[in-house]
Design a protein around this ligand. Sequence first.
Ligand code: OKP
Ligand code: ZN
Length: 343
Amino acid sequence: MKTIFSTGQLAHNPTHEISDGALQPAVEIPARAEMVRDRILQTAFGAVLEPDDFGMAPLQRVHDADYLAFLESFWTRWTNAGRSGEAFPFVWPVRGLRKDPAPDHIDGLLGRYSFDAGTPMGEHTFAAARASANSALTAARLVAGGEASAFALCRPPGHHAAADYYGGYCFLNNAAIAAQWLRDAGAERVAVLDVDYHHGNGTQSIFYERDDVLFLSIHADPREEYPYFLGHADETGTGAGDGFNANFPLELGADWRIWSAALDVALKRIEAHRPDTLIVSLGLDPYQNDPISKFRLTGEDFTRMGAALARAGLPTVFVMEGGYAVDALGVNCVNALAGFANA
Ligand code: OKP
Ligand code: ZN
């Protein structure tokens, strides 16, 4: 299986995030991607290739033009306001406040286009996010061209980013951009299975009214865990998308027995959808030693996960999402990919 990765993705290099009432060391850091890349090279799992630049068009198919313009102009606006370093929003257009007209001031724009205060943005964030999306697109194109599978070593991640807001360390929704590109390239149906510990609220929202892209997510119950405001089992899609969204919220502490039971149900739903391509939003944070998560998957469980995914028998694009136990990230990620490839 080929891996797609650009060193340009490392340019987003935050030092801090707002968490637990304080500025804490950032956890979504370049070393995450470097650990995974190094493990792939050390184990000779497969070639690591640079992505091609797909330009803005595939991003515009998923994200609103004004949101992309905000990301593009962010650093100029931030520095013009006399700021430097990392930006965090602190005011949002919640119930009763207006989203339009968009503010002129960068502090207002940051709130207009975000949903949390825990996601640092800096000078190179948009360039790195674009490189990450290009990795997802290049992997999707490989699979559309006949490869059985491909791995987009995406970072920054994408699954919390919606059509017009960022958050959860995500700016561009890599998996959604890949799914839409596959549809535009001729796939009739796509399934996106999100195995990250956190619910993929962005991906869900992007496809919620559609029956062509089935979205499924196995994650910590949002009553107890981030992102708190989406990811419940009764979210099944709306309009034409009714029945094409499936959430599997699990209790904190869930182990492989509990987790894999949800996966079995998800795989049956995917089979019924008969997708041309499966996209796996591959979060490594269900791991038992992840510093911000509370599931109990072991390193071997990621091998089992990959093997179970292979039983779907579908062309598969893996798109990396979260996972913050940096020292174990490479092993767990390659376990999942090798579990799939060797099944
Ligand atoms: C992104 B991804 C912990 C703060 C956690 C947000 C988590 C975002 C996860 N004190 N903040 O889905 O892995
Ligand atoms: Zn996560």
